[in-house]
Design a protein around this ligand. Structure first.
Ligand code: NAD
Ligand code: IPM
Ligand code: MN
Length: 348
């Protein structure tokens, strides 16, 4: 566990309580990587930290990173993006599920209408830090931020999306059947061309799955107009970041959204989609359900399906009974909402 900063330090303890209540057979170790540690001794990731995580642990549960006292955000970059890049966690899996009609800002949208997943490329794109600044501070300043797209990286994430589609069902038990690639290949033609070619090739290997395509701008409009049409969406690092905050809005907000950073067969990392939310940090206000659902995702990944399902069912019950934090219409604090889920898990 790496709770990190801000509300990460409040929601991860709730997720831990719930994991323990579920009876999952896991031994938990906590690491203090984050802004406090960085400000104390300038350490972001201890020497050999990623190798240690990969060697000694089966999975990593993370809160969030980002602290107003660290203006450069260097610790978040080195810890969070460090794990994704250096541990090669290439698939950022972000399920989008509406648990209850009351949580969705769209008219007449119910749980049966919103059950899709975004597969975000997690190790390339504009996040690689390729580029630089030239003549900084002058009138001739130039900044470049390069968009790196490798054949290997594009192919493995697209293949991951098709494999995911083949192997996973929707919540109602029906099979998944469509993979939609989201890009901006009409304007970003070099990278977009590569994604288009690879998508065509890989989709031909999965004749039973319907391949689809949308430009990212049109997809944003469709996502709020008719989210029912989506099944599995595959996209690059930056578009994946943006559309999953939008998609979180459909689920009741950032407090509800879970994610996994996965490399099949390697130590993978699980974190809620939200950040450290400095304005509400330390106030017992943050919604712990995104972190709790993330813990359930982690347990499922580790093969503990029963424990995972018990936790998901308990969160669903909490939502139905409005035993929630204020952001989704309840009146409980972070601790109390987490505690309610613990009791529900224990009695199931
Ligand atoms: P944020 O996700 O922290 O907050 C966005 C909005 O959502 C805020 O209004 C916040 O109050 C609300 N919110 C988020 N999580 C919530 C929860 N669990 N319960 C209730 N409300 C919640 O995004 P931001 O404000 O853009 O960023 C704040 C900091 O977090 C920045 O430093 C940013 O870089 C960092 N960040 C980190 C991660 C991560 O570690 N994975 C993700 C996103 C942002
Ligand atoms: C996320 C976050 C990160 C990202 C930030 C904190 C670098 O927004 O996990 O969605 O952009 O990937
Ligand atoms: Mn984000």
């Amino acid at each position: 566990m790496i709770p990190g900063d801000g509300i990460g330090k409040e929601v991860i303890p709730q997720a831990v309580k719930v994991i323990e209540a579920s009876g999952a057979n896991v031994a938990l170790t906590e690491f203090d990587w984050g802004a406090d540690r960085f400000l104390r001794d300038r350490t972001t990731v201890p020497h050999d930290g990623f190798a240690m995580l990969a060697r000694d642990f089966d999975a990593i549960l993370v809160g969030a990173f980002g602290d107003p006292r660290v203006a450069t955000n260097i610790h978040a970059k080195e810890i969070l993006l460090g794990m994704r890049f250096k541990m090669d966690l290439y698939a950022n899996l972000r399920p989008v599920r509406l648990l209850d009609v009351a949580l969705c800002p769209l008219k007449n949208a119910g749980p049966e209408d919103i059950d899709f997943v975004v597969v975000r490329e997690n190790t390339e794109g504009v996040y690689t830090d390729a580029g630089g600044v030239f003549k900084q501070g002058t009138a001739d300043e130039i900044a470049t931020q390069e968009d790196i797209n490798t054949r290997k990286g594009v192919e493995r994430i697209i293949r991951y999306a098709f494999e995911y589609c083949e192997r996973n069902k929707k919540l109602d038990g029906s099979p998944r059947s469509k993979v939609l690639m989201c890009d901006k290949s009409n304007a970003m033609t070099h990278a977009g061309g590569l994604w288009q070619r690879v998508f065509k090739e890989v989709s031909a290997e999965y004749p039973q799955i319907t391949p689809q395509h949308m430009y990212v701008d049109a997809l944003c409009m469709q996502m709020v107009r008719d989210p029912r049409q989506f099944d599995v969406i595959v996209t690059n690092n930056m578009f994946g970041d943006i559309i999953t905050d939008l998609a979180a809005g459909l689920q009741g907000g950032l407090g509800m959204a879970a994610s996994g950073n996965i490399h099949p067969g390697k130590t993978s990392m699980f974190e809620p989609v939200h950040g450290s939310a400095p304005p509400i940090a330390g106030k017992n206000m943050a919604n712990p359900f995104g972190a709790i659902l993330t813990a359930a995702m982690m347990l499922a990944h580790l093969g503990m399906t029963n424990e995972s399902e018990k936790i998901e069912a308990a969160v669903l019950e909490a939502v139905r009974q409005k035993k929630t934090t204020q952001d989704i219409g309840g009146s409980l604090g972070t601790n109390e909402a987490g505690g309610w889920v613990v009791k529900e898990v224990l009695s199931s």
